[in-house]
Design a protein around this ligand. Structure first.
Ligand code: ADP
Ligand code: NA
Length: 345
């Protein structure tokens, strides 16, 4: 049994929030726990992806180390998993360039993420014309960099949210196209990576439960971040938008705020929201909020303390990053030696 090669990445853009944790990071820890001894786990902090949006260089540099500290704090074990900064391994950009040259622009223009950026830009400039001139090329081609991130390790499994389905399809298309074009006998040099969908539901904004909890919202009350204290968690949950309907029920359409709190509590307790809802049917919103705050505090308490300890251990973080980059380079260099030779470089 050759085992799976599991790859995933996260951008170094600020302290992760509850949505990042429940929707992505906790799943990495779970995968690490459940992985077979033959499985390889590779987790990357993808700095090059962060550049597709304007970043403050000082903040980016700090976020890069904070994200590494976060991964360690939540339980990613550098002895078990390869954990590294994408920008420490040039194989990603080299392979991305090669893959760019076999990817039709039309395919990239059909990505819903690109279309959404285009629509945002049109609204911001109040023009109905299709105008790409304001958008940087990185926003169009970063799905190819994503394919390179995955294919550099010939990963077989990629744990990401549903919003990444189209990008993963593109990765498979690109892998197939490379195999067809360059691999002698059209053999499957690049495996077609399978999506491992994150089981947990989307966590919504505490202030506007019709949109997702996001680091980009200017309202800091709308999200709980890993460094929030118990009292900050409790005050944010207490001021979460709910409704005036009596009792508690899980109804994401009619009661998005209450349902979001149930989603959070259920994820913390590893239960289903409906199951949690029935236990709270005759309780008040206040009681629910108080239990949600306690559950989130119980979840974040350990990782927060570990994060605070690690963020000042710069020498240790540098060492972990260095070791991780070495192992990542070793794995991807093996792929790249074959790739270079197959394409004639
Ligand atoms: P943000 O949307 O806050 O900028 P990212 O886009 O960097 O966060 O997402 C990092 C990871 O966290 C992705 O895997 C994404 O699917 C997941 N994620 C982000 N926001 C949420 C949310 N509100 N609920 C669940 N998962 C989320
Ligand atoms: Na985002």
């Amino acid at each position: 049994d050759k085992g799976r090669i599991i790859f995933s990445g996260i951008q170094p853009t600020g302290i992760p929030h509850l949505g990042n944790y429940l929707g992505a990071l906790s799943n990495w820890v779970q995968l690490q726990k459940e992985a077979n001894v033959n499985d390889k786990l590779i987790f990357s902090i993808v700095g090059w992806h962060a550049l597709t949006l304007p970043q403050n260089p000082n903040e980016l540099s700090q976020s890069r180390w904070e994200m590494l500290a976060t991964l360690l704090a939540i339980g990613i074990d550098p002895k078990r998993s390869v954990m590294f900064h994408q920008d420490d391994n040039q194989c990603h950009t080299e392979l991305a360039w090669i893959l760019n040259c076999i990817t039709p622009v039309g395919k990239l223009r059909r990505m819903t993420t690109w279309k959404a950026r285009l629509a945002d830009s049109r609204n911001a400039n109040s023009t109905s014309e299709i105008d790409e001139s304001m958008l940087n090329a990185g926003l169009l081609i970063y799905p190819v960099l994503q394919a390179a991130d995955i294919l550099a390790y010939r990963a077989t499994h990629v744990p990401v949210g549903e919003d990444q389905t189209q990008h993963l399809e593109l990765s498979r298309d690109i892998a197939q196209s490379f195999n067809r074009t360059f691999v002698p006998g059209k053999k499957r040099f690049f495996p077609l990576p399978t999506q491992l969908s994150t089981p947990s539901k989307r966590v919504l904004s505490l202030r506007d439960p019709t949109s997702k909890m996001s680091k980009s919202s200017p309202d800091v009350q709308s999200r709980i971040i890993l460094t929030d204290s118990a009292s900050q968690i409790s005050s944010k949950i207490r001021s979460a938008v709910t409704d005036s309907i009596k009792g508690i029920s899980y109804d994401p359409v009619q009661r998005p705020g209450v349902s979001n709190l149930l989603t959070i509590l259920a994820a913390c307790l590893q239960k289903e929201p409906e199951e949690v809802a029935s236990a709270y049917a005759s309780k008040s919103t206040g009681e629910l909020k108080s239990d949600v705050a306690d559950a989130v505090e119980a979840l974040f308490n350990g990782p927060r303390a570990e994060f605070e300890r690690l963020r000042s251990e710069k020498a240790y973080l540098v060492q972990v990053a260095k070791d991780g980059a070495e192992r990542a380079k070793e794995l991807s260099e093996e792929t790249m030696m074959s790739v270079r030779s197959m394409i004639g470089l």
